[in-house]
Design a protein around this ligand. Structure first.
Ligand code: NAI
Ligand code: MG
Length: 496
């Protein structure tokens, strides 16, 4: 069974997609294209223009002009906010179409994209629209001890940071574009967005909707291409004021180097994770399903995936058995089948990466209670896997797997568990399952992670800041926090 393909989707994937620069669709300067495969089959889904340094340069020039001279820079915050709101409306109007495109390109179940990715993306624009009119400075009474008797009027202004480069990953393609574009547009910035080479389609469709919403030419430019070429050119571009990146910690470090070697552009980084999910003995039975969802949602391709499950000894067998039963029951198949609960991983590269981790776990002596390998021989499917008998130094315990693989370990010392949970170079998310409110909040305080979920997991909202401690990144996305990353503060002092 598969859902009937939306007419717009059929047309969209039938023609090679181009780059969106200065409000125009164009081929790459090199004339090159690349293919984006359907991860359920490995067959070509669509062809897309392959942007490179020259195209990035063209896009940055357009974004700079739009920032300095365009109607965008003269628009009132209210008008800007209305346009950002309209983007959210248009996304909602095209929910099914975007969900299908996302499912085909990324592999995730269409029904999940329809229920989560697309409405969340719309909500982000709706939330950020309101901020356009609420970006404010302060007036400050200053003292200036070395100018006795002088009188001042001093205030701060929050100004758009300028031309922003945004480099996004493939796990939530449209949603990551929304997280980045929403605040940039609310703040009045202009943007060059590079989608992931694995999943460029929904960002390109979004560019059409953005134009339809009334965003002026050059304000949003979308240049698909590879990370090593287009992405690297954006990170190193001397006329880009800020880069916002989501992806691997390894590439995050390259972006820091590129900024350091060129113009010290401002950076925000949302990187990897190896998030602990801690189930105490007094947890509700819901913890079992919660622990399964924490790792298996989006096939484990979540930066916050609850990939290290710690269960208090007396409940360990029950929770591990329960999570394993859920793993076994998940219906694996094409994302376009509405009964599918878990689709393929995004790419052949991720398939070999994740199965490589599974091999290393086996070689190191871990036990696969369920799963443990590839699923089928077509497409990029992996069995949902629960590993036990791990030790803290194993690769499967220390490194981000980014697949449906959880390592489960028992604990008995309540005084030690926070330290054990924090024993990772990452600090993105964490989960706590207990009925004891005091224990829950005491733990929440001790965990070094940007988001802590109590008796729930993977709860996101446009109003809630999201980001990482330690090597999970710099800065926060969403909420009013994110606007700080898209604005500069200017202090103005006048002597009266
Ligand atoms: P990646 O970090 O290479 O890719 C993310 C984005 O960065 C893509 O748009 C890519 O084109 C771009 N990019 C790659 N190299 C670049 C460079 N040198 N300069 C500028 N941009 C560059 O991640 P990849 O290779 O797709 O996945 C590898 C691992 O990274 C995954 O297994 C997972 O562990 C982690 N990852 C984490 C994500 C998160 O949400 N935090 C998202 C995607 C991947
Ligand atoms: Mg990479």
């Amino acid at each position: 069974m598969t859902v009937t393909l939306d007419r717009n989707v059929e047309e969209f994937i039938a023609t090679p997609r181009q780059l969106f620069i200065n409000g125009q669709w164009s081929d790459a300067a090199s004339g090159k294209t690349f293919e984006t495969p359907d991860p359920a089959t490995g067959e070509t889904l669509a062809r897309v223009a392959e942007g490179d340094a020259e195209d990035i340069n063209r896009a940055v020039t357009a974004a700079r002009k739009a920032f300095e001279e365009g109607p965008w820079s003269r628009m009132t915050p209210s008008d800007r906010g209305r346009i950002v709101w309209k983007i959210g409306d248009l996304i909602l109007e095209h929910t099914d179409e975007l969900a299908q495109l996302e499912s085909l390109d990324n592999g995730k179940p269409f029904v999940v994209a329809q229920a989560a990715d697309i409405p969340l993306a719309a909500d982000l624009f709706h939330y950020m629209a309101g901020w356009a009119t609420k970006i404010e400075g302060n007036s400050i009474d200053i003292s200036v001890p070395y100018m006795p008797g002088a009188n001042f009027h001093a205030y701060t202004r929050r100004e758009a940071i300028g031309v922003v480069g945004q480099i996004i990953p493939w796990n939530f393609p449209l949603l990551m574009a929304a997280w980045k574009l929403g605040p940039a547009l609310a703040a009045g910035c202009t943007v060059v967005l590079k989608p992931a080479e694995q999943t460029p389609l929904t960002a390109l469709r979004l560019a059409e909707l953005i134009a339809e919403a009334g965003v002026p030419d050059g304000v949003v430019n979308v240049v698909p291409g590879y990370g090593e070429t287009a992405g690297a050119a954006l990170a190193a571009h001397p006329d880009v004021d800020k880069v916002a990146f989501t992806g691997s910690t390894e590439v995050g470090k390259l972006i820091v180097q590129a900024a350091g070697a060129t113009n010290l552009k401002k950076l925000t980084l949302e990187l990897g994770g190896k998030s602990p999910n801690i189930v105490f003995a007094d947890a509700d039975a819901a913890a079992v399903e919660g622990a399964a969802n924490a790792i298996f949602f989006n096939h484990g391709q979540c930066c916050v995936a609850g990939s290290r499950l710690f269960v208090q000894q007396s409940r360990f067998d029950e929770v591990v058995d329960g999570v394993s039963e859920i793993a076994k029951s998940l219906k694996i198949g094409s994302g376009m089948d509405p009964t599918t609960q878990m689709g393929p991983l995004v790419s052949a590269e991720q398939l070999s990466r994740v199965t490589g981790f599974l091999e290393s776990g086996k070689a190191d002596g871990a036990t696969a209670v369920t799963g443990g390998g590839r699923f089928g021989d077509k497409g990029y499917f992996v069995e949902p896997t629960v590993l036990t008998n791990t030790t803290p130094d194993m690769k499967v315990v220390r490194e981000e797997i980014f697949g449906p693989v959880v390592v489960a370990a028992p604990f008995s010392d309540l005084g030690e568990i926070a330290a054990v949970a924090n024993d990772t170079e990452y600090g993105l998310g964490a989960g706590i399952w207990t009925r004891d409110i005091g224990k829950a909040h005491a733990m929440a305080k001790k965990l070094r992670a940007g988001t802590v979920w109590i008796n729930c997991y993977n709860v996101f909202d446009a109003s809630l800041p999201f980001g990482g401690y330690k090597q999970s990144g710099w800065g926060r996305e969403m909420g009013h926090e994110v606007l700080n990353n898209y604005t500069e503060v200017k202090s103005v002092v006048a002597q009266l």
